[in-house]
Design a protein around this ligand. Structure first.
Ligand code: 4NP
Length: 156
């Protein structure tokens, strides 16, 4: 796998956090992948991540401050090899916009961890701060699982 796009609704909470969590874990493992994040909506285009997401990530040593929101584009279906969405609603939006020539696989992010017991990364936007910690726990578990599978991969 060479490139991953993370997608949520607003691109200010879950998916920019996912991008930074995965980048950090991949880098620690010496793996170089192209990553980015986007939202299914354009409500927050150009905005930095939500201050609560920035703070929660900072408490785990991760810097979200350089991320800026953008909306997912048709080109993303050929630019990225894998698109991971946070929930079923994101999945439906992408299935509807998927062009005929798309090459990207689109999956729920938590399909990386089928034994976790939650299929969707819950939207923390309207909830309490522990929602952001739960999102980080889920993303870190998923990132570890991806890194394990990439490291275990037979070398070409
Ligand atoms: P995200 O969270 O999809 O994880 O970035 C949300 C951000 C903004 C909104 C909803 C969810 N909103 O309705 O503005």
């Amino acid at each position: 796998m060479e490139s991953i796009l993370f997608v949520c609704l607003g691109n200010i909470c879950r998916s920019p956090t996912a991008r930074v969590v995965f980048d950090h874990r991949l880098q620690q493992a010496g793996l170089e992948l192209l990553t980015d994040s986007a939202g299914t909506t354009g409500y927050h285009v150009g905005a930095p991540p939500d201050a609560r997401a920035v703070q929660a990530a900072r408490s785990r040593g991760l810097d979200l401050s350089g991320e800026r929101a953008r909306q997912v584009a048709v080109e993303d279906f050929t630019r990225f090899e894998q698109i991971y969405v946070m929930d079923r609603s994101n999945l439906r939006v992408l299935q509807d916009m998927r062009p005929a020539h798309a090459t990207a696989r689109v999956d729920l992010l938590m399909s990386l961890v089928p034994d976790y017991g939650l299929e969707e990364v819950p939207d923390p936007y309207y909830g309490a701060d522990d929602g952001f910690r739960q999102v980080l726990d889920m993303l870190e578990t998923a990132a570890d699982r991806l890194v394990e599978s990439l490291v275990a991969r037979p070398q070409p």
